[in-house]
Design a protein around this ligand. Structure first.
Ligand code: DP6
Length: 402
């Protein structure tokens, strides 16, 4: 049986990708950089199988069959992977099974609820690419595979590697230089933890794909960002990562999130992704850093917020401060759900009511009603896609999702 299962991580950008110069190949207007989050907590698991009995390529997401539209993103990724199988394996070793000629069945599950509003396209397309690469026994390194995942969803190219990952925009029309590169492995700076604050959101927002296109067409600020801001930030944040300089890393991450949301506001008609709860979290973290920046407290930032195309906050922080940050957030945003506490930071009494550093101005935010922040997910920087065994397969013997 020709079958392979892999899992792939979520990534959250510090320097945001927002804008395409080629919408078909998914080539960006600027480079971006992200932190890969630990698959122990958040992941997509995908099984791919090739079989002579299959009559067409089929795909299921969380158990529901999706239409593979001809010429669409999914079809492109599958076709590109089959092309690599033929070129890199079958043409080289004529005794290799001609899997590129067989139809595939692909099943994928996310271990996090879609309702949590976390981008699942990045981990999903990365897991799809990685599982087909394993099925086809491709010799391709992650950078080469990132060219294919990119054509599924831009941000997915950064989920093919662990740690701190840049997506170089590239300049060629063919897109062959628009791929991901690892700036540093997760082992270089394992101290980076992340707290995802899942913010309630009932309204259906503008998708990244259509939102960024509207920004490209209408925002003058985006042109300034592309030319004069991102290139310098890519360089500085990469240096900060290599030097494990959290203060600098935090300063750039927050500034870039804010500029991304500023170009959204500069779009016509404007796009609003953050809401009042998102902005209250910013106020709390800014105050927390204001106190940390006082000379008597060490003079360095201790947390960094960032927001994607939705109201959820992701707070990056060194491990030593994360407990304090969780208490702080839970104070202003009382939790209904019991905090999962995967790192065992709190005792049996749970998060508690939180305490404040001397000088912290509690009036920067009100105490919100329970549920304004629905849940808190604590994770950290993690590794790239993992090849799993048959026991983890999400396709059954019958070739249908389990
Ligand atoms: C705000 O990768 O979802 O999360 O390429 O159209 O699929 P498409 O867009 P997508 O956009 C992600 C935008 C972002 C910033 C980022 O992840 O860099």
């Amino acid at each position: 049986m020709f079958i392979a299962t892999t899992s792939a991580p979520v990534n959250i950008a510090c320097i945001k990708y927002w804008g395409k110069r080629d919408t078909k190949l998914i080539l960006p207007t600027n480079s971006s950089l992200s932190v890969t989050l630990d698959q122990d907590h958040l992941r997509s698991t995908t099984t791919s199988r090739a079989d002579a009995s299959f009559t067409k390529d089929r795909l299921w997401l969380n158990g529901v069959e999706e239409d593979i539209k001809p010429g669409g993103r999914m079809a492109t990724c599958i076709a590109e992977m089959k092309r690599l199988r033929k070129e890199l394996v079958e043409n080289v070793d004529t005794s290799a099974p001609t899997l590129s000629t067989l139809f595939v069945h692909i099943a994928s599950y996310n271990n996090f609820p879609t309702a949590a509003g976390l981008a699942s396209s990045a981990s999903g397309f990365a897991a799809l690419t990685a599982s087909l690469a394993a099925l086809y026994a491709l010799p391709s390194p992650p950078t080469e595979l990132s060219l294919i995942a990119r054509q599924g969803s831009g941000s997915a190219c950064r989920s093919l590697m662990g740690g701190f990952v840049a997506w170089n925009a590239g300049t060629l029309d063919s897109g062959v230089d628009s791929h991901a590169v690892q700036i540093a492995a997760e082992t270089h700076w394992p101290d980076i933890h992340a707290l995802i604050c899942v913010v309630s959101d009932t309204k259906k927002g503008t998708s990244s794909t259509s939102g960024m296109q509207r920004t490209v067409e209408t925002s003058p600020l985006l042109q300034h960002r592309i030319k004069h801001v991102v290139p310098q930030r890519m360089k500085t944040i990469s240096e900060a990562i290599l030097a494990k300089d959290f203060d600098r890393f935090a300063e750039i991450t927050m500034a870039d999130s804010n500029q991304f949301h500023a170009v959204c506001l500069d779009t016509s008609p404007p796009i609003f992704y953050m809401n009042d709860v998102s902005r209250a979290i910013i106020a709390v973290i800014e105050e927390y850093n204001r106190v940390a920046l006082l000379p008597e407290n060490g003079g360095k930032r201790k947390a960094a917020y960032t927001y994607d195309a939705g109201p959820n906050a992701v707070i990056y922080a060194p491990a030593a401060h994360i407990k304090e940050i969780i208490s702080l957030i839970a104070h202003f945003f009382p939790q209904q759900e019991t905090f999962k506490d995967p790192f065992g930071l709190f005792g049996p009494n749970g998060i508690g009511t939180g305490s404040f550093a001397a000088g912290f101005n509690v009036n920067v935010a009100k105490t919100w009603e329970t549920g304004a922040v629905k849940s808190l997910i604590h994770t950290k920087v993690g590794d790239g896609p993992r090849v799993l065994g048959q026991a983890d397969s999400v396709l059954g013997q019958d070739g249908l999702p389990k």
